[in-house]
Design a protein around this ligand. Structure first.
Ligand SMILES: [Zn+2]
Length: 461
């Protein structure tokens, strides 16, 4: 522990200028965030012309009727336009908020509000909670029309939207309630760790965040998800017995097997698993069950269990903890830095003793470009995992000595293709766009890899 604190102190020393020199951080953030936004727009412009192609790639040709392919291209085009426009709007809003010192203003407003209840600036955590609420409203309410457009115009036009206006509003209200019920205590505890541990916050904060994540794994499916969706036990039948048998053979600790009414909001489909190491739950979307045959859904689950078998979620957790550690290790240099706050228009009396939430918020803005790079690396890891899980499904017959699973790769290929076609997912993908945005390989890439796994297997035999 002492070693960590020493290293962090060394880093802080290297970055000592942050706390002393007047750097024009605001301009940096403006330039960097516009840089990221314009790069994302450039990627969309690279991808856009591919939506005008008249034919699917050869490997997929047999699965697409000309009408379905045209529909998929039209959907992709509309989504790309939406992404371009909404990205620029969001960035403009961010930029305007920065330019006019909205964060400094919101901190002042929060101070006035708690002042009305007789609390002074010494109640930093209370003021931080009100501040978060004010900035949340200022940044999300202007974007509401965008999400209304996305749900009721874009998705509606292409036949995916199942959300009614009443459901949209109740979802939003439930989201706000959750933010208050879970977000407020979380933020208070988060800030309290800083207050209590001072500059030695890193191990405590990481411990707290890990404990929070684990709690959420338990609380999310039992308390939160039922607020939005209905999880019902998968009825007895071919799919249930296939899944139970598969889990049994792999010694996957399956506790519950659910069907989720994903079709309540959208006709996009999927399947996933979650839970603690000794008690796991599998959730299958009703849309997937409707679209694919039981043996194909089984192949999708075999892929999902491949993620479990190779401990992909755990590996992701380790990588994300390392990432978090790096972010936190650089933070102390920005924690007590009056010039940082002054460059974002905070008045002298606030910047003299920077509130933790403000320092953390500004620090996050500064590391945004770094986060874009981290995102690309995470996608690269995730793609590797996807191939590995596909391979796992392909090789299952050998591993479990079950000849009836020999065609698992074909089934998976069919299920993936059906999912892709039904979801009208993008068919032609620009490589750079894909590297930046996609955590999964494209369908063509996956089918090609499945083919390669199978021929490698055939050669061995
Ligand atoms: Zn996967």
């Amino acid at each position: 522990m002492e070693f960590i604190h020493q290293q962090v102190a060394l880093v802080e020393k290297q970055l000592a200028f942050v706390a002393t020199d007047p750097v024009d951080w605001k301009t940096y953030v403006q330039i960097f965030s516009w840089g990221v936004c314009l790069f994302e727009s450039y990627l969309l412009l690279r991808q856009y012309p591919l939506y005008s192609k008249k034919e699917p790639p050869k490997a997929l040709a047999e699965h697409f009727t000309p009408e379905v392919f045209a529909k998929s291209q039209a959907y992709g085009k509309d989504k790309a336009q939406y992404a371009l426009v909404s990205g620029l709007i969001k960035q403009t809003l961010e930029s305007v908020m920065l330019h006019y010192g909205i964060y400094a203003w919101a901190w002042g407003v929060a101070g006035c509000i708690i002042g009305m209840f007789g609390y002074g600036p010494e109640y930093e955590i209370t003021q931080s909670l009100v501040f978060s609420f004010v900035t949340y409203l200022a940044s999300s309410v202007p974007l509401l029309p965008l999400s209304i457009y996305q749900t009721f115009v874009l998705e509606e036009k292409h036949g995916f939207n199942k959300t009614t206006p009443a459901l949209f509003i109740t979802d939003m209200v439930k989201g706000w309630m959750l933010a208050i019920v879970i977000g407020a205590p979380f933020l208070s505890a988060f800030l309290y760790v800083f207050k209590w541990a001072g500059d030695r916050f890193i191990p405590w904060l990481m411990g707290f965040l890990l404990a929070f994540q684990i709690t959420m794994v338990i609380v999310y499916p039992t308390v939160i998800q039922p607020l939005f969706n209905k999880l019902s036990p998968l009825p007895a039948g071919e799919l249930r017995s296939r899944t139970e048998e598969l889990a049994n053979k792999l010694k996957f600790p399956l506790t519950h097997l659910y069907e989720i009414d994903g079709s309540k909001r959208s006709s996009h489909s999927n399947a996933y698993f979650f839970g603690l190491p000794w008690s796991k739950h599998i959730v299958i979307y009703d849309t997937l069950i409707k679209q694919s045959k039981p043996d194909e859904v089984e192949a999708v689950l075999a892929h999902e269990l491949g993620h479990w078998y190779y401990m992909h979620p755990t590996k992701f957790l380790v990588v994300s903890q390392l990432h978090l550690f790096t972010i936190l290790a650089l933070f102390p240099a920005f924690m007590h830095a009056p010039p940082l706050l002054r460059s974002f228009d905070f008045p002298k009396h606030v910047s003299a003793k920077p509130p933790t939430i403000i320092a953390f918020l500004l620090y996050q803005m500064i590391v945004t470009p770094l986060e874009a790079v981290v995102g690309i690396c995470m996608n690269a890891i995730s793609r590797r995992f996807e191939y590995q899980a596909d391979n796992f499904a392909c090789m299952l017959a050998d591993q479990l000595n079950s000849p009836d699973m020999a065609d698992m790769g074909d089934r998976l290929g069919r299920a993936l293709t059906q999912l892709h076609v039904k979801n009208l997912s993008t068919v032609w993908v620009d490589w750079l766009y894909s590297a930046y945005h996609h955590s999964h390989p494209t369908l063509t890439e996956r089918l090609r890899a499945l083919e390669a796994f199978r021929s490698a297997k055939a050669k061995k035999e």
